[in-house]
Design a protein around this ligand. Structure first.
Ligand SMILES: NC(=O)c1ccc[n+]([C@@H]2O[C@H](COP(=O)([O-])OP(=O)(O)OC[C@H]3O[C@@H](n4cnc5c(N)ncnc54)[C@H](O)[C@@H]3O)[C@@H](O)[C@H]2O)c1
Ligand SMILES: O=P(O)(O)OC[C@@H](O)[C@@H](O)[C@H](O)[C@H](O)CO
Length: 470
């Protein structure tokens, strides 16, 4: 049976809320994270607002969302505190999507609305970047910070109050980086000292850290879900039930954006550093470590890893024996976070592809695992075995013959050149500070250890190499 498409005509009683937030990014993550949270506040009568979405790049989901009157379903699937969660909810907290490439005046007109108080964004790690070619007269400037500067300037010219700006991009100190680029445009575009002062005094740029696994559109179950839900939704998003958002900002934010009051796992703090360390090393670190070893063994998803007797022990030991001891946070807190992470990795209801995590694995290894490997070596005088084996597997996977590499052209070129001389490969690649931020051949015993593990991985495979260590 063909179901009707989700729209306000299909569900005429759904509520409509005034716009209070501008959100750059209409992708899966933002819709299942920020907009889902607005919905939870609205459900409790605590916010009564919606987000107007801005497409950061020309191609996007604006038209598809418009066809559904900006409604879509979030499906929460997973296990949380030993309970199975299997919920679905139609999200009504998105008012519309503006494509600044086809309606630039409509975009700038957002500056006129006094009710708009918050700006959020997720434009991927590539989005918060300075693009020197951008100009104020462009319609629109191509970069996200360029677009934002143009909007903020229009707001300033209208003599209105500023915004609380909360970027969600997974880059360190995201709020500070965004502010830096906006100030650079203000300077390059000669927007004047008064505008810079207004930016500084009337706007708050918060750093934030987001945490929720959002695999996105459930392609494999779409038809069955349409039948179960009773409508066709081309924009449904699956996410895990777990959520955590740390916002470094003024305490007053908790009243203006009452996320925690709505029961959401959101912390407003003066210093988010410890939370970031915990997540990057205990969640993203194991993700990045498991990917090359597991892909080399033919596993496909995070769940496959957690259901495999050898690989799940690898994840557990890596976390408990090599990562946790190197973090400066209360042990109990780390332990309980690590247990929750492993429960999340086991989620049987969502398919988290290892290949999707593998994108840009070299820079991910550098930020997520290398600092821990170096600290472990400095403090204990030996290398952490499991992290080092994962490092060797990563280097092997970047030969490109066993696993498809997903990384920047420059990174791939460096590896192709280094692998063209296999006998010298380890020394050459570890020496390359452009990859690791420093020359790693100076780390005691690292070259020999990686050479040994590479030999083992080649001779007997990832599973056997791992079994020898655990
Ligand atoms: N999916 C997850 O589990 C998850 C969890 C936490 C954080 N994240 C982060 O969120 C980001 C988006 O993930 P998603 O699953 O929503 O992906 P998606 O493909 O659904 O959405 C990508 C969004 O980024 C925008 N974008 C893409 N390239 C851009 C560029 N060069 N400049 C500006 N904007 C650009 C797109 O317009 C779109 O709005 C990723 O970078 C990821 O690291 C994802
Ligand atoms: O999103 P990436 O590609 O930077 O990293 C892959 C995963 O480690 C990541 O998406 C996590 O699932 C997410 O950070 C959980 O909050």
């Amino acid at each position: 049976m063909t179901q009707q498409q989700l729209s306000r005509a299909t569900f005429p009683d759904l509520p409509v809320y005034p716009e209070k937030m501008i959100q750059f990014g209409e992708g899966n993550f933002m819709r299942a994270f920020v907009d889902w949270q607005l919905q939870q506040m609205n459900n409790k009568g605590l916010f009564q607002g919606s987000a107007v979405l801005v497409q950061p790049i020309e191609q996007g989901l604006g038209d598809m969302l418009a066809k559904q009157d900006y409604l879509y379903t979030v499906l929460l699937n997973g296990i949380m505190q030993q309970q199975t969660v299997n919920d679905h909810e139609i999200i009504t907290s998105v008012s519309r999507v503006i494509n600044p490439y086809s309606d630039y005046e409509g975009y700038l007109a957002l500056a006129e609305n006094d009710e708009l108080e918050f700006i959020t964004s997720n434009t991927t790690e590539a989005g918060i970047a300075y693009r020197p070619e951008d100009r104020l007269a462009d319609a629109p400037p191509k970069s996200f910070p360029g677009k934002l500067t143009a909007l903020l300037h229009r707001r300033f010219q209208l003599g209105k109050k500023g915004f609380t700006i909360i970027p969600c991009e997974l880059i360190d100190r995201n709020g500070e980086k965004l502010k830096e680029v906006v100030l650079q445009y203000a300077n390059d575009w000669l927007l004047g000292e008064a505008f810079v002062q207004w930016l500084e005094q009337e706007n708050t740029f918060c750093c934030s850290l987001v945490d929720r696994i959002v695999p996105g559109y459930p392609r494999d179950k779409a038809q069955a879900l349409a039948e179960e839900l009773g409508y066709q939704d081309n924009l449904m998003v699956t996410a895990e039930p777990f959520l955590f958002w740390v916002i470094e900002g003024p305490a007053s934010l908790s009243d203006r954006l009452p996320l925690a009051k709505a029961g959401l796992n959101v912390v407003v703090t003066e210093d988010m550093t410890p939370y970031r360390e915990r997540k990057v090393h205990l969640l993203n670190g194991p993700h990045t470590a498991m990917v090359p070893l597991a892909l080399l063994a033919g596993l496909e998803t995070v769940e496959d890893v957690m259901n495999d007797a050898t690989y799940s022990v690898f994840v557990k030991k890596l976390i408990e024996e090599e990562l946790i001891p190197m973090l400066d946070l209360p042990r109990e807190e780390l332990q309980s976070y690590a247990e929750a992470v492993q429960e999340r990795f086991k989620n049987p209801f969502i398919r988290h592809e290892l290949t999707s995590i593998s994108l840009n694995s070299i820079s991910k290894f550098k930020t997520r695992l290398l600092p821990v490997l170096l600290r472990y070596q400095r403090e204990k005088g030996v290398l952490p075995k499991l992290t080092t084996l994962a490092f060797a597997a990563l280097l092997l996977s970047y030969r490109g013959d066993k696993i498809e590499r997903q990384d920047g052209a420059e990174v791939i070129t460096v590896f192709d050149e280094a692998w063209s001389r296999p006998d010298e490969f380890v020394g050459v690649i570890l020496k390359d500070a452009s990859l690791w931020g420093e020359d790693l051949t100076h780390v005691p015993n690292l070259v020999q250890a990686i050479e040994g593990y590479l030999h083992q991985l080649e001779a007997s495979g990832s599973r056997a190499a791992l079994q020898q260590l655990i």
